[in-house]
Design a protein around this ligand. Structure first.
Ligand code: PEP
Ligand code: MN
Length: 352
């Protein structure tokens, strides 16, 4: 809908506006309100170039689009019934739990092997293990390709599918030579469109899925969904959306917890929502509460940093990782809430 600044456009302005929309195959319908006239666009109004040209006309106040700018991620798109699977298991069925260390310590692989076995026994569906890490300081530990072998060894030992973060095309190529099930795109790369497109291209035709974190600086929900659209537009729709906390932070927490956007995401898109409470609250003792909140908000699952001996961990593990016994309780309770949610609250989530 096009809203002019003044109550009426002049015939010349109206002709100019019609000329632009016609170029893009859109018909205009004038609605004569009591105090002003507005114009409805009939056709596909999600055309960036056209919207920019109309928005730039000095006599136009604003353009409100009724349709969403995303086509494939929309809840009413042809992908509405698509199921994202990890190792054949549908994400969200039974509340999906991805757990494991923030960072694999290549000097102490046994911690990772023990963590892997313990998260399996706790009931997790997928094992996480950071190989390369985005660190605020260039002098901090950056990761080590050796950890990828440790991750694959843990996969072979436990039979669990694995998740690891990818930060650039070079790492992507290395990771894709291994049988990694979930590629994690971190909050810092969530707006790196070149990388998102490259990931989409390289996983096309594979079973690999992507866990796309929300950028901590992301404003509009549209921006998050459009980032996922970049990947999906390359042909593989196996994308999970991961709220992980935003800035400015909530005082005392690492970020501003954002599990509450789960219903909003589920209303707009078909993609499963996997909440990351570890990075949102940033402290092991708060993590269980945030996990249960995520289940209450209707998320399809959680990704939880877990370590058999957090104190001996590297990266975020000493601060954030829960121990496997705590993880087991989280899983038990989060799955109970998820069931309750399904039985009693499902009607609150927009019907498909
Ligand atoms: C992580 O999962 O360890 C991580 C670095 O997450 P984020 O990108 O959300 O900070
Ligand atoms: Mn981490």
């Amino acid at each position: 809908m096009i809203i002019p600044k003044e109550s009426q456009l002049t015939p010349q302005q109206e002709r100019e506006l019609e000329g632009i929309t016609k170029e893009f195959g859109i018909k205009l319908m004038k609605i004569n309100g009591e105090t002003r006239s507005i114009y409805l666009m009939i056709g596909d109004e999600r055309q960036e170039e056209m919207l920019a040209r109309i928005g730039g006309l000095e006599y136009i106040d604003r353009v409100d689009t009724v349709q969403q700018p995303y086509k494939l991620m929309a809840r009413d798109s042809g992908l509405a019934t698509h199921k994202v699977r990890i190792d054949g298991k549908v994400v969200g069925e039974g509340f999906t739990v991805i757990a494991g260390q923030c960072t694999i310590d290549p000097k102490n692989p046994n911690y990772f092997f023990e963590t892997a076995q313990a998260v399996k026994e706790a009931g997790a569906d997928c094992l996480r293990g950071g190989v390369w890490k985005p660190r605020t300081s260039p002098y901090a530990y950056q990761g080590d390709a050796k950890s990828l072998d440790i991750l694959m060894e843990a996969k072979a030992r436990t039979g669990l599918p694995v998740d690891t973060e990818v930060m650039d095309p070079e790492q992507l190529d290395i990771i894709l030579k291994h049988d990694v099930d979930v590629l994690q795109v971190g909050t810092r790369n969530a707006l790196n469109y070149g990388l998102l497109r490259e990931i989409g291209k390289k996983i096309n035709g594979r079973k690999t899925s992507v866990l796309l974190k929300r950028s901590m600086h992301m404003g509009k929900i549209e921006e998050f969904i459009m980032a996922a659209e970049y990947i999906v537009a390359q042909g593989n729709p196996n994308v999970m959306l991961c709220p992980r906390g935003t800035t400015p932070t909530m005082d005392g927490y690492r970020n501003h917890p954002d599990e509450s956007i789960a219903p909003l995401l589920k209303e707009r898109t078909w993609a499963p929502v996997i909440v990351d409470p570890s990075h949102s609250v940033g402290k092991a003792s708060y993590v269980p509460f945030a996990c249960l909140a995520a289940a209450s908000y209707g998320a399809d699952g959680i990704i939880v940093e877990t370590h058999v001996a957090p104190r001996h961990g590297i990266g975020d593990d000493p601060k954030q990782a829960v121990t496997p016994d705590v993880l087991a309780k989280i899983i038990r309770d989060a799955r109970a809430i998820h069931e309750l949610q399904k039985r009693h609250l499902e009607h609150l989530i927009a019907a498909s």
